[in-house]
Design a protein around this ligand. Structure first.
Ligand code: G3P
Ligand code: MG
Length: 244
């Protein structure tokens, strides 16, 4: 089975994270999957941005939830990273779905509904994924596990991945309670014997965020199904060298 090379927020080491430039570049660098973060605007649009607040990665200030899409689309989401990216805009989820529609890339949509719950976000994400015919290529993840259970109840055909930091006891048993398909664990929480036991229970690991080639190699050897990285080119090289 091919190990999925998930570009974390796109090619975020070399492009402004969660922009179309970052997503396109990641595909050029060998990503076979893309991880992105979704927040919701005041008028219910699904915007791809990591933080709840605008100021780190755009020319705006305040919370995404307090702005309309009309306001958000005026912002520059590239110049904070480097001058040549000036003019990059915040993407909507549909922009990324469109980019991936005719490819075989796996898309991990992380619902950022842990701080603000964004009522209705699950329904909107699922409706768009279905409209683009991408249900088989999407993994929904969140640190809000109530939301993941709800997603599964709405769309049993779409895979879900449980995001967590550390020390979850027998996460494959926990995954069964949510009918989840994957464990999106902080990579220090992944031991080879966990990967083996999870697989016996039909649950796969997609650890995040792995930027050290030595650690990538350990996780590949442990049998993870995918790796989330800021450096898809590094991971692609490693996978090619190992013939996996
Ligand atoms: O989905 C993996 C990773 O993106 C989770 O953390 O904060 O980078 O969204 P964060
Ligand atoms: Mg994320």
């Amino acid at each position: 089975m091919n190990i999925i090379n998930f570009a974390h927020r796109g090619a975020s080491a070399v492009c402004p994270e969660n922009t179309m430039a970052a997503f396109r570049r990641s595909l050029e660098l060998g990503a076979t999957g893309i991880e992105t973060d979704v927040q919701m605007s005041r008028d219910g649009r699904l915007v791809l941005i990591h933080d709840e607040e605008l100021s780190r990665t755009t020319t705006g200030t305040g919370f995404i939830k307090d702005h309309t899409w009309g306001e958000l689309q005026q912002l520059d989401a590239g110049s904070w990273f480097a001058p040549e990216f000036q003019g990059e805009r915040l993407p909507l989820l549909e922009d990324l779905l469109e980019l991936l529609q005719d490819r075989d890339t796996i898309l991990n949509i992380e619902l950022k509904n842990g701080v603000f719950l964004y009522p209705g976000m699950e329904e909107k994400v699922i409706a768009l994924v279905r409209a683009y015919g991408l249900t088989e290529r999407v993994v929904l993840s969140s640190f809000n596990h109530y939301s993941l259970a709800y997603c599964k109840s709405l769309a049993p055909e779409i895979r879900t991945g449980i995001l967590y930091g550390e020390g979850l006891y027998r996460p494959w048993d926990y995954a069964a309670t949510l009918h989840a398909d994957a464990l999106h664990a902080f990579h220090f929480a992944v031991l080879p014997e966990f990967v083996t036991e999870a697989a016996e229970h039909g649950v796969v690991y997609h650890p995040f965020t792995v930027n050290d080639p030595k650690r990538m190699a350990e996780l590949i050897d442990a049998g993870v199904a995918g790796i989330i990285t800021d450096h898809p080119d590094m991971l692609a090289g490693l996978l090619a060298a190992r013939g996996v």
